[in-house]
Design a protein around this ligand. Structure first.
Ligand code: ATP
Ligand code: MG
Length: 140
């Protein structure tokens, strides 16, 4: 059953993040869907904070993936927006990350449509208003 959360402001993201981490159970691969500016990176920052990451969380710009070490977990944060072809993901060894024990938070998974794992948590973020979002998480 999908988890459907209505977030009315940035301050409510922390609680939403905790609920989604709980909902994910053992699933550590999260795929984020949503338009540009929907809040994927912003929500990933909250998820990382919930996992005890203290370093700054920003979208990887010069690389495809950022690695964060949290108190209780390692996080790999991918942004495939600038990927030119799926072979680039293949060349960076994406599978090593996906099949590790770490959390993998993936922005723009549409860019690696043929390389997606069989199972993951699908997180959809929809813009409701300037500060409100609907966040839906569902196991695939
Ligand atoms: P891109 O596809 O370009 O990577 P994105 O989905 O990662 O975009 P963000 O970079 O996170 O989007 O930008 C979301 C913007 O919306 C930020 O400026 C953030 O402060 C703002 N925002 C306002 N309210 C919320 C909210 N409730 N949740 C998430 N972001 C919000
Ligand atoms: Mg982003």
């Amino acid at each position: 059953l999908p988890l459907n959360l209505n977030v009315n402001s940035l301050t409510e993201l922390a609680s939403a993040a905790q609920q989604i981490i709980d909902h994910a159970k053992d699933q550590r691969i999260f795929l984020f869907y949503g338009d540009m500016g929907a809040g994927k990176t912003t929500f990933i920052k909250s998820l990382c904070e919930g996992l005890g990451v203290t370093e700054s969380v920003t979208s990887p710009t010069f690389s495809i993936v950022n690695e964060y070490r949290g108190a209780n977990a390692t996080v790999y944060h991918f942004d495939f927006y600038r990927l030119k072809s799926q072979s680039e993901a293949f060349d960076m060894g994406y599978e090593e990350y996906f099949y590790s024990d770490a959390y993998c938070f993936i922005e723009w998974p549409e860019k690696i449509a043929d390389l997606l794992p069989d199972h993951y948590l699908r997180v959809n973020i929809k813009t409701v208003s300037t500060s409100a979002r609907e966040i839906i998480a569902e196991h695939v």
